[in-house]
Ligand binder design. Structure first.
Ligand code: CAA
Length: 248
């Protein structure tokens, strides 16, 4: 908690589409929000946007793909603001390519940013959460973790790995007041999805029963519920936010 008794929520990858919506929704929910990103410029723009809405947000620069960088970031948050009560592992990247064209660098980049980052961040906050007997960790996965997707062997492997991690950590910390859950967005109107070639994207949208892309707010609201006190008996679960695109 911060010095005003607000729960401290760290959102990684806070300047991406879903990240920005997460910051706004959690500020509105009364949390002390810390947004992580790599670019000082993008961080400053996010801070300006939220300040204009009369929200207080702290920006912490750090590379979630680097264990030591995350360690320094968490230490700095603890010293300046307070211990992290809520961790949302949202940072994610894609390098879509057919597997026969995928290089080792393409593979490593996505596995490191999307999966190793989840270990890095959780590892640095978990002891404190256990000690204080409260914590919320939400890991952002993807519909494609369950479904698979042409051109995404790296991304789907990382995102599927996330949910195995969620379930195992949830088991280990359940008795300490810490919940760990996955949220799996489907196709949301973010830059990442808009980067998919239009003809391919149109075919994907045609498969969504709701008939449209999801919104960043629809994902953020689901996360907001899972981090709330109301969700204290939900752990190890995977909440799909995909407009019925994949049901299981
Ligand atoms: N299913 C079957 N075949 C496909 C295909 C598909 N979805 N996509 C491409 N192909 C076929 C083409 O028909 C073509 O076949 P031929 O060689 O026989 O003509 C061949 O694969 C094309 O291969 P290329 O190596 O030239 O690949 P490409 O550059 O045309 O396309 C790709 C590869 C860019 C990965 C493309 O398949 C693609 O965009 N796939 C979708 C990726 C996607 O959905 N990404 C989601 C990003 S958003 C996100 O990830 C957020 C989230 O969580 C949902």
């Amino acid at each position: 908690m911060d010095s005003n008794g607000k729960k401290v929520a760290l959102i990684t990858g806070s300047t991406g589409g879903i990240g920005v919506a997460l910051c706004k929704v959690l500020c509105e929910g009364g949390y002390r929000v810390v947004g992580n990103c790599r670019s000082a410029e993008k961080g400053a723009a996010l801070q300006e946007e939220l300040t204009a809405l009369e929200h207080e947000i702290d920006i912490q620069l750090g590379d979630v793909g680097d264990f030591d960088s995350v360690g320094q970031m968490i230490k700095s948050i603890e010293e300046k603001i307070g211990p992290v009560d809520i961790l949302i592992n949202n940072a994610g990247v894609t390098k879509d390519k057919k597997f026969t064209k995928m290089s080792k660098d393409d593979w490593d980049y996505v596995i490191n940013t999307d999966l190793n980052s989840v270990f890095h961040c959780a590892r640095h906050v978990i002891d404190g959460m256990i000690e204080r007997k409260f914590g919320r960790i939400v890991n952002i996965s993807s519909i494609n973790a369950q479904k698979g997707q042409f051109g995404q062997t790296n991304y789907c492997a990382a995102k599927a790995g996330i949910h195995g991690f969620t379930k195992s950590l949830a088991l280990e910390v359940a008795r300490h007041g810490v919940t760990v859950n996955t949220v799996s967005p489907g196709y949301i109107g973010t830059d990442m999805v808009m980067a998919v070639a239009e003809d391919i994207r149109e075919k994907i949208v045609a498969q969504i029963p709701v008939g449209r892309l999801g919104s960043i707010e629809e994902v953020a609201e689901a996360v907001s519920f899972l981090v709330s006190d109301k969700a204290s008996f939900i752990t190890g679960s995977n909440l799909s936010v995909n407009g019925g695109h994949h049901m299981y």
